[in-house]
Design a protein around this ligand. Structure first.
Ligand SMILES: *Cc1c(COP(=O)(O)O)cnc(C)c1O
Length: 421
């Protein structure tokens, strides 16, 4: 049903109910003055038009009201983070009190592990996937070390079978069913940043839980990309950043999910700060820390207003478009991309992202079998913005809020030329 001509891509765009959202974003231009083919929203999402005004509003509030800005409407700073919960909860499939926007991703990962990595002499291992993002590898290794364990022993890295690029769910489950009694924490990505594999989080959570493990996910590449049901899957905790698919800008504020079953666990060890205490008594400056119910009880500091303003503006687009429609378009874009790439004789590269729809998000990872860097540079010269990850992977991510089918076609025609030249 697909065709390889440009006209076909234009027809797809004409039928796309989300096509108008492209106008809500700034797209960088190349040296020729034309918009680039931006396929890098998995690394840094484009800037929504509304972000600038949202940030300016807070700068104006600061200029006009000074400290009184904490109480100035419509979004008083003292409760600013509360306005982000509903939209964030919808994106990750959570109850509102299960999510909070705070800090940055790796910081949140550490805060979560302080509470949820509780090793004992016999159950102390952390299970992560191979090619986990380096920051996550450092975080889990340093947590193991912090508790007096040798990371070489305590951190178990699960690799794909020989000759395969991605993990099979059955192998993750089998590992847990055999060795799960030693595992304190299963800490996986929702989507692996390198291969683009979307993990079966429901099955991994169930396998972890039936073997007595705590299960957490890093959703850096999953939030705003996949349909997530963190509450229903029973995930213990999750963390994410907002500058990738969530388009909240460089260094944007991170997110955190804590399952309702832990919402009232006031005895859980945690690093505490005044913003995590019950707001009813927060300003009584009482030295007794009473953690707030739910994820907000893990906050440390008062809200980061400027990045949160950007996030608020960005989340409005997700609320308007809705994750189900976005996910549907993402699958259509990647299916089309896979079809097109399959038309190119492939001695020079292979696709390592799984082809089953449920096992991929927006990103397709192309492994160059030789001269990957040179191929990547040719794509760049052709006006494509994507990225290269050592040693040999080119990542491209058409995202449904602002990429079109014609973007996918344009990328493909440049890839085709680059491969044959
Ligand atoms: C992008 C990304 C990070 C980055 O961490 P920051 O703390 O936001 O700098 C960490 N982990 C994963 C899996 C990522 O994809």
């Amino acid at each position: 049903m697909y065709r390889t001509d440009r006209q076909f891509a234009r027809e797809m765009d004409a039928q796309d109910g989300l096509a108008a959202y492209r106008q809500q974003f700034h797209c960088p231009r190349g040296t020729d003055g034309r918009p680039v083919i931006y396929l890098c929203g998995n690394s840094l999402g484009l800037q929504p038009i509304g972000v600038r005004q949202a940030v300016l509003d807070e700068l104006d509030k600061w200029a006009d009201f000074g400290v009184e800005g904490h109480f100035a409407r419509p979004y008083p700073w003292y409760s600013y983070h509360e306005h982000l919960c509903a939209a964030a909860a919808a994106i990750v499939g959570a109850l509102e009190h299960e999510v909070v926007a705070m800090n940055s991703l790796t910081t949140n990962l550490h805060l979560m592990m302080v509470s949820f990595y509780r090793p004992t002499a016999t159950r102390y291992k952390i299970l992560i996937e191979a090619t986990a993002f380096p920051s996550d590898q450092y975080a889990v290794a340093s947590q193991a070390k912090f508790h007096g364990f040798d990371p070489k022993d305590a951190v178990v890295v699960l690799s794909p079978r020989d000759g395969e690029s991605t993990l099979r769910t059955e192998d993750i489950e089998a590992y847990l069913d055999v060795h799960g009694q030693e595992v304190a924490l299963v800490m996986f990505g929702g989507v692996n940043y390198y291969t683009g594999q979307a993990f079966d989080m429901a099955s991994i959570t169930a396998a972890g839980h039936r073997n007595g493990c705590i299960v957490g996910f890093d959703l850096a590449h999953a939030a705003g990309n996949l349909m997530l049901e963190l509450h229903d899957w029973g995930v213990d905790f999750a963390v994410w950043c907002s500058y990738k698919y969530l388009n909240a800008g460089p260094g944007g504020v991170g997110g955190c999910f804590v399952h309702d079953r832990h919402a009232a666990a006031v005895d859980l060890p945690r690093f505490a700060g005044w913003w995590g205490t019950d707001p009813a008594t927060r300003f009584q400056m009482d030295p007794a820390f009473v953690p707030q119910h739910g994820a907000e009880g893990w906050q440390l500091s008062n809200a980061m207003i400027l990045p949160m303003a950007a996030l608020r503006a960005s989340l409005e687009l997700f609320e308007a478009a809705g994750m189900p429609a976005l996910r549907q378009k993402a699958l259509a874009l990647t299916e089309y991309l896979l079809f097109l790439i399959d038309q190119i004789p492939s001695e020079s590269f292979e696709i390592i992202t799984p082809r089953e729809p449920a096992a991929r998000g927006c990103q397709i990872s192309i492994r160059a079998l030789s001269n990957g860097r040179a191929l990547f540079e040719r794509l760049e010269q052709g006006g494509v913005v994507c990225d290269f990850r050592e040693p040999d992977v080119i990542r491209v991510a058409p995202v449904p809020l602002y990429n079109s089918f014609e973007d996918v076609w344009s990328f493909w025609s440049i890839l085709k030329e680059s491969v044959s030249s």
